[in-house]
Ligand binder design. Structure first.
Ligand SMILES: Nc1ncnc2c1ncn2[C@@H]1O[C@H](COP(=O)(O)OP(=O)(O)OP(=O)(O)O)[C@@H](O)[C@H]1O
Length: 321
Protein backbone atom coordinates (compact mmCIF):
# COMPACT_ATOMS: atom_id res chain seq x y z
CA UNK A 1 0.00 0.00 0.00
CA UNK A 2 1.30 3.41 -0.96
CA UNK A 3 1.13 6.12 1.70
CA UNK A 4 0.37 8.64 -1.04
CA UNK A 5 -3.25 9.50 -1.78
CA UNK A 6 -2.24 10.94 -5.16
CA UNK A 7 0.94 10.17 -7.06
CA UNK A 8 1.71 11.10 -10.65
CA UNK A 9 4.71 10.45 -12.83
CA UNK A 10 5.40 12.73 -15.77
CA UNK A 11 1.68 13.47 -16.09
CA UNK A 12 1.18 15.47 -19.27
CA UNK A 13 -1.73 16.93 -21.22
CA UNK A 14 -1.20 18.57 -24.56
CA UNK A 15 -3.85 20.52 -26.45
CA UNK A 16 -2.39 20.63 -29.97
CA UNK A 17 1.12 22.02 -29.63
CA UNK A 18 0.49 23.51 -26.18
CA UNK A 19 1.37 21.47 -23.08
CA UNK A 20 -1.29 22.58 -20.56
CA UNK A 21 0.28 20.17 -18.04
CA UNK A 22 3.91 19.35 -18.65
CA UNK A 23 5.33 16.22 -17.00
CA UNK A 24 4.32 16.77 -13.38
CA UNK A 25 5.22 14.48 -10.46
CA UNK A 26 2.65 15.06 -7.73
CA UNK A 27 3.07 13.44 -4.31
CA UNK A 28 0.09 14.00 -2.01
CA UNK A 29 0.49 12.21 1.34
CA UNK A 30 -2.53 10.57 2.91
CA UNK A 31 -4.17 12.85 5.47
CA UNK A 32 -2.64 16.00 3.95
CA UNK A 33 -4.48 19.15 3.02
CA UNK A 34 -2.58 19.80 -0.18
CA UNK A 35 -2.83 23.27 -1.71
CA UNK A 36 -2.43 23.17 -5.48
CA UNK A 37 -1.40 26.73 -6.12
CA UNK A 38 -0.82 28.58 -9.35
CA UNK A 39 -1.89 31.56 -11.42
CA UNK A 40 -4.85 31.32 -13.77
CA UNK A 41 -4.07 29.14 -16.77
CA UNK A 42 -1.16 27.32 -15.12
CA UNK A 43 -2.77 23.89 -15.56
CA UNK A 44 -4.52 23.19 -12.26
CA UNK A 45 -7.97 22.38 -13.60
CA UNK A 46 -6.57 20.22 -16.39
CA UNK A 47 -4.57 18.24 -13.81
CA UNK A 48 -7.65 17.74 -11.64
CA UNK A 49 -9.66 16.60 -14.65
CA UNK A 50 -7.00 14.00 -15.46
CA UNK A 51 -6.94 12.75 -11.85
CA UNK A 52 -10.70 12.26 -11.92
CA UNK A 53 -10.70 10.55 -15.32
CA UNK A 54 -12.64 13.41 -16.95
CA UNK A 55 -9.92 13.90 -19.57
CA UNK A 56 -7.26 11.50 -20.79
CA UNK A 57 -3.57 12.20 -20.16
CA UNK A 58 -1.39 12.54 -23.26
CA UNK A 59 1.53 11.01 -21.39
CA UNK A 60 2.65 9.85 -17.94
CA UNK A 61 0.68 8.06 -15.25
CA UNK A 62 -1.41 8.77 -12.17
CA UNK A 63 -2.29 6.71 -9.11
CA UNK A 64 -5.20 7.80 -6.94
CA UNK A 65 -5.74 6.06 -3.56
CA UNK A 66 -3.17 3.50 -4.62
CA UNK A 67 -4.78 2.51 -7.93
CA UNK A 68 -3.74 3.31 -11.48
CA UNK A 69 -6.06 5.84 -13.18
CA UNK A 70 -8.08 5.81 -15.31
CA UNK A 71 -7.84 1.99 -15.46
CA UNK A 72 -9.41 1.58 -11.99
CA UNK A 73 -11.79 4.51 -12.29
CA UNK A 74 -14.85 2.50 -11.24
CA UNK A 75 -13.23 1.28 -8.04
CA UNK A 76 -11.58 4.58 -7.13
CA UNK A 77 -14.22 7.21 -7.91
CA UNK A 78 -16.74 6.11 -5.25
CA UNK A 79 -14.05 6.86 -2.64
CA UNK A 80 -13.41 10.35 -4.03
CA UNK A 81 -15.63 13.39 -3.50
CA UNK A 82 -15.11 16.06 -6.13
CA UNK A 83 -16.06 19.68 -6.60
CA UNK A 84 -15.09 20.72 -10.11
CA UNK A 85 -16.55 23.94 -11.47
CA UNK A 86 -19.61 23.35 -9.23
CA UNK A 87 -22.04 20.63 -10.30
CA UNK A 88 -24.99 21.70 -12.41
CA UNK A 89 -27.91 21.96 -10.02
CA UNK A 90 -31.48 22.14 -11.24
CA UNK A 91 -32.56 25.65 -10.12
CA UNK A 92 -36.25 24.77 -9.81
CA UNK A 93 -35.63 21.85 -7.42
CA UNK A 94 -34.88 22.19 -3.73
CA UNK A 95 -31.36 21.64 -2.38
CA UNK A 96 -32.46 18.29 -0.92
CA UNK A 97 -34.12 17.17 -4.17
CA UNK A 98 -30.97 18.04 -6.12
CA UNK A 99 -28.89 15.90 -3.79
CA UNK A 100 -31.40 13.02 -4.03
CA UNK A 101 -31.01 13.14 -7.81
CA UNK A 102 -27.22 12.97 -7.62
CA UNK A 103 -27.41 10.21 -5.02
CA UNK A 104 -29.79 8.21 -7.23
CA UNK A 105 -27.27 8.44 -10.08
CA UNK A 106 -24.64 6.72 -7.88
CA UNK A 107 -25.07 2.99 -8.22
CA UNK A 108 -23.10 2.43 -5.00
CA UNK A 109 -25.67 4.40 -3.00
CA UNK A 110 -28.46 2.29 -1.44
CA UNK A 111 -31.91 3.83 -2.14
CA UNK A 112 -33.28 2.86 1.30
CA UNK A 113 -30.82 5.10 3.14
CA UNK A 114 -30.95 7.97 0.63
CA UNK A 115 -33.09 10.32 2.73
CA UNK A 116 -30.85 9.99 5.76
CA UNK A 117 -27.72 10.45 3.65
CA UNK A 118 -29.02 13.62 2.03
CA UNK A 119 -30.16 15.08 5.38
CA UNK A 120 -26.80 14.33 6.96
CA UNK A 121 -24.83 15.88 4.08
CA UNK A 122 -26.97 19.04 4.19
CA UNK A 123 -26.53 19.23 7.94
CA UNK A 124 -22.77 18.81 7.59
CA UNK A 125 -22.46 21.88 5.36
CA UNK A 126 -24.94 23.96 7.39
CA UNK A 127 -27.78 23.86 4.86
CA UNK A 128 -30.34 21.84 6.84
CA UNK A 129 -32.48 24.97 7.26
CA UNK A 130 -32.52 25.54 3.49
CA UNK A 131 -33.14 21.92 2.46
CA UNK A 132 -36.54 22.74 0.96
CA UNK A 133 -35.55 26.01 -0.65
CA UNK A 134 -35.09 26.04 -4.43
CA UNK A 135 -31.40 25.77 -5.39
CA UNK A 136 -31.90 28.64 -7.83
CA UNK A 137 -32.65 30.91 -4.87
CA UNK A 138 -29.45 29.93 -3.02
CA UNK A 139 -26.68 32.46 -2.63
CA UNK A 140 -23.36 31.64 -4.33
CA UNK A 141 -21.94 30.49 -0.97
CA UNK A 142 -24.92 28.21 -0.42
CA UNK A 143 -24.55 26.75 -3.92
CA UNK A 144 -20.91 26.05 -3.23
CA UNK A 145 -21.84 24.37 0.06
CA UNK A 146 -24.46 22.32 -1.78
CA UNK A 147 -21.64 21.22 -4.12
CA UNK A 148 -19.61 20.18 -1.08
CA UNK A 149 -22.63 18.33 0.35
CA UNK A 150 -22.85 16.48 -2.95
CA UNK A 151 -19.16 15.51 -2.63
CA UNK A 152 -19.92 14.25 0.89
CA UNK A 153 -22.98 12.09 0.19
CA UNK A 154 -20.91 8.95 0.62
CA UNK A 155 -17.95 8.47 3.00
CA UNK A 156 -14.84 9.62 1.13
CA UNK A 157 -11.13 8.98 1.54
CA UNK A 158 -10.17 11.87 -0.71
CA UNK A 159 -11.76 15.20 -1.60
CA UNK A 160 -10.67 17.00 -4.77
CA UNK A 161 -11.83 20.61 -4.79
CA UNK A 162 -11.20 22.99 -7.68
CA UNK A 163 -11.11 26.61 -6.45
CA UNK A 164 -13.88 26.00 -3.87
CA UNK A 165 -13.99 29.62 -2.66
CA UNK A 166 -13.92 31.25 -6.09
CA UNK A 167 -16.53 34.00 -6.36
CA UNK A 168 -17.62 33.75 -2.72
CA UNK A 169 -18.02 36.74 -0.42
CA UNK A 170 -15.86 36.87 2.74
CA UNK A 171 -18.54 35.16 4.85
CA UNK A 172 -19.03 32.34 2.30
CA UNK A 173 -15.27 32.00 1.98
CA UNK A 174 -14.87 31.61 5.74
CA UNK A 175 -17.64 29.00 5.84
CA UNK A 176 -16.17 26.91 3.05
CA UNK A 177 -12.66 27.09 4.56
CA UNK A 178 -13.91 26.02 7.95
CA UNK A 179 -15.73 23.09 6.32
CA UNK A 180 -12.52 22.04 4.58
CA UNK A 181 -10.75 22.13 7.95
CA UNK A 182 -13.45 19.93 9.44
CA UNK A 183 -13.07 17.36 6.62
CA UNK A 184 -9.33 17.28 7.23
CA UNK A 185 -9.84 16.88 10.99
CA UNK A 186 -11.76 13.69 10.20
CA UNK A 187 -8.68 12.32 8.44
CA UNK A 188 -9.89 12.86 4.86
CA UNK A 189 -7.12 13.80 2.43
CA UNK A 190 -7.99 17.09 0.72
CA UNK A 191 -6.51 18.22 -2.59
CA UNK A 192 -7.59 21.80 -3.14
CA UNK A 193 -6.62 24.12 -5.98
CA UNK A 194 -6.37 27.84 -5.44
CA UNK A 195 -4.83 30.95 -6.89
CA UNK A 196 -4.87 32.58 -3.44
CA UNK A 197 -1.67 32.33 -1.49
CA UNK A 198 -3.37 33.41 1.76
CA UNK A 199 -5.92 30.62 1.37
CA UNK A 200 -3.25 27.98 1.01
CA UNK A 201 -1.33 29.42 3.98
CA UNK A 202 -4.42 29.24 6.18
CA UNK A 203 -5.66 25.82 5.15
CA UNK A 204 -2.91 23.59 3.95
CA UNK A 205 -0.24 21.32 5.35
CA UNK A 206 1.37 20.80 1.94
CA UNK A 207 1.72 22.87 -1.18
CA UNK A 208 2.49 22.34 -4.85
CA UNK A 209 3.12 25.32 -7.10
CA UNK A 210 2.23 25.29 -10.78
CA UNK A 211 3.63 27.67 -13.35
CA UNK A 212 2.93 27.38 -17.07
CA UNK A 213 2.06 23.67 -16.85
CA UNK A 214 5.01 22.71 -14.66
CA UNK A 215 5.15 21.80 -10.99
CA UNK A 216 7.88 24.22 -9.92
CA UNK A 217 7.86 23.39 -6.19
CA UNK A 218 6.31 20.86 -3.82
CA UNK A 219 6.60 20.01 -0.13
CA UNK A 220 5.22 20.79 3.31
CA UNK A 221 4.22 24.40 3.94
CA UNK A 222 7.02 24.56 6.50
CA UNK A 223 9.64 23.33 4.00
CA UNK A 224 8.34 25.98 1.71
CA UNK A 225 8.74 28.76 4.23
CA UNK A 226 12.30 27.65 4.83
CA UNK A 227 13.17 27.39 1.14
CA UNK A 228 13.13 31.17 0.71
CA UNK A 229 16.30 33.20 1.03
CA UNK A 230 17.36 34.55 4.44
CA UNK A 231 19.79 37.40 4.88
CA UNK A 232 21.59 39.06 7.69
CA UNK A 233 21.96 42.83 7.93
CA UNK A 234 24.27 44.83 10.13
CA UNK A 235 23.98 48.56 10.69
CA UNK A 236 27.38 49.91 11.68
CA UNK A 237 29.78 52.82 11.27
CA UNK A 238 32.55 50.20 10.89
CA UNK A 239 31.35 48.68 7.65
CA UNK A 240 34.79 47.75 6.35
CA UNK A 241 35.64 45.78 9.47
CA UNK A 242 32.14 44.22 9.53
CA UNK A 243 32.64 43.00 5.98
CA UNK A 244 35.94 41.43 6.92
CA UNK A 245 34.35 39.58 9.88
CA UNK A 246 31.48 38.27 7.77
CA UNK A 247 33.94 37.15 5.08
CA UNK A 248 35.91 35.25 7.74
CA UNK A 249 32.63 33.48 8.68
CA UNK A 250 32.18 32.43 5.06
CA UNK A 251 29.45 34.97 4.25
CA UNK A 252 29.55 36.89 0.99
CA UNK A 253 28.46 40.48 1.54
CA UNK A 254 26.51 42.44 -1.02
CA UNK A 255 24.97 45.86 -1.43
CA UNK A 256 21.36 44.93 -0.64
CA UNK A 257 19.96 46.34 2.57
CA UNK A 258 16.67 47.52 3.94
CA UNK A 259 17.79 50.18 6.41
CA UNK A 260 17.05 53.58 5.03
CA UNK A 261 20.36 55.47 4.56
CA UNK A 262 18.60 58.62 5.80
CA UNK A 263 17.99 56.91 9.16
CA UNK A 264 21.42 55.38 9.27
CA UNK A 265 23.30 58.67 9.71
CA UNK A 266 26.98 57.92 9.37
CA UNK A 267 26.29 54.20 9.64
CA UNK A 268 26.22 51.89 6.68
CA UNK A 269 24.39 48.63 6.09
CA UNK A 270 26.41 45.49 5.51
CA UNK A 271 24.34 42.58 4.32
CA UNK A 272 24.85 38.95 3.28
CA UNK A 273 22.77 35.93 2.27
CA UNK A 274 22.69 33.14 4.86
CA UNK A 275 23.41 29.64 3.63
CA UNK A 276 22.77 26.20 5.18
CA UNK A 277 26.27 26.11 6.66
CA UNK A 278 26.31 29.70 7.93
CA UNK A 279 26.82 30.29 11.67
CA UNK A 280 23.77 31.03 13.82
CA UNK A 281 22.85 34.76 14.09
CA UNK A 282 23.99 34.98 17.74
CA UNK A 283 27.42 33.64 16.74
CA UNK A 284 27.62 36.25 13.98
CA UNK A 285 26.83 39.08 16.41
CA UNK A 286 29.39 37.71 18.89
CA UNK A 287 32.09 37.60 16.18
CA UNK A 288 31.32 41.18 15.09
CA UNK A 289 31.38 42.53 18.64
CA UNK A 290 34.47 40.46 19.46
CA UNK A 291 36.31 42.24 16.64
CA UNK A 292 35.30 45.66 17.91
CA UNK A 293 32.61 46.32 15.29
CA UNK A 294 30.09 48.81 16.71
CA UNK A 295 26.77 47.06 15.96
CA UNK A 296 23.99 49.66 15.94
CA UNK A 297 21.45 47.36 14.33
CA UNK A 298 21.25 43.67 13.49
CA UNK A 299 18.49 41.80 11.66
CA UNK A 300 17.80 38.43 10.05
CA UNK A 301 15.27 38.89 7.27
CA UNK A 302 13.49 35.98 5.67
CA UNK A 303 11.98 36.26 2.22
CA UNK A 304 8.17 36.28 2.51
CA UNK A 305 6.13 33.42 1.07
CA UNK A 306 4.69 35.85 -1.40
CA UNK A 307 8.15 36.88 -2.65
CA UNK A 308 9.00 33.17 -2.95
CA UNK A 309 5.91 32.42 -5.06
CA UNK A 310 6.47 35.40 -7.29
CA UNK A 311 10.05 34.27 -7.75
CA UNK A 312 8.87 30.74 -8.66
CA UNK A 313 6.06 31.64 -11.01
CA UNK A 314 7.21 34.99 -12.33
CA UNK A 315 3.71 36.28 -11.60
CA UNK A 316 2.03 38.20 -8.84
CA UNK A 317 -0.55 36.46 -6.71
CA UNK A 318 -3.71 37.81 -5.22
CA UNK A 319 -2.76 38.05 -1.59
CA UNK A 320 -6.18 39.05 -0.30
CA UNK A 321 -8.76 36.57 0.96
N1 LIG B 1 -10.07 21.88 -23.76
C1 LIG B 1 -9.03 22.68 -23.97
N2 LIG B 1 -8.59 22.95 -25.22
C2 LIG B 1 -7.53 23.75 -25.44
N3 LIG B 1 -6.82 24.34 -24.46
C3 LIG B 1 -7.20 24.13 -23.20
C4 LIG B 1 -8.31 23.29 -22.88
N4 LIG B 1 -8.43 23.27 -21.52
C5 LIG B 1 -7.45 24.06 -21.03
N5 LIG B 1 -6.70 24.57 -22.03
C6 LIG B 1 -5.53 25.46 -21.86
O1 LIG B 1 -4.61 24.86 -20.97
C7 LIG B 1 -4.00 25.81 -20.10
C8 LIG B 1 -4.23 25.41 -18.66
O2 LIG B 1 -5.60 25.58 -18.34
P1 LIG B 1 -6.22 25.17 -16.92
O3 LIG B 1 -7.68 25.49 -16.97
O4 LIG B 1 -5.84 23.79 -16.58
O5 LIG B 1 -5.48 26.17 -15.95
P2 LIG B 1 -5.85 26.57 -14.46
O6 LIG B 1 -4.56 26.67 -13.74
O7 LIG B 1 -6.88 25.67 -13.91
O8 LIG B 1 -6.43 28.00 -14.65
P3 LIG B 1 -7.82 28.60 -14.12
O9 LIG B 1 -7.55 28.93 -12.69
O10 LIG B 1 -7.98 29.81 -14.98
O11 LIG B 1 -8.87 27.56 -14.35
C9 LIG B 1 -4.61 27.15 -20.47
O12 LIG B 1 -3.72 27.81 -21.33
C10 LIG B 1 -5.89 26.78 -21.20
O13 LIG B 1 -6.21 27.76 -22.15
Amino acid sequence: MSDLAIQTNGLTKRFGAQAAVDGIDLAVPQGAVYGFLGPNGSGKTTTIRMLLGLVRATDGSARVLGSEMPRHLDAVLPRVGALVEGPAFAPFLSGASNLRRFDAADRHAAPTTRGARVAEALDRVGLAHAARKKAGAYSLGMKQRLGLANALLMPRDLLVLDEPTNGLDPQGTREVRSLIRSFAADGTTVFVSSHLLAEVEQLCTHVGVMSAGRLVAQGTLEEFRRSGESRVEVLTPDSGRARAVLARLGLVTDAAGTWDPADAGEDGTVSAVLGDSSPEPDAIVAALVGDGVRVRGFAVRRESLEQRFVELTGEGFDVVG
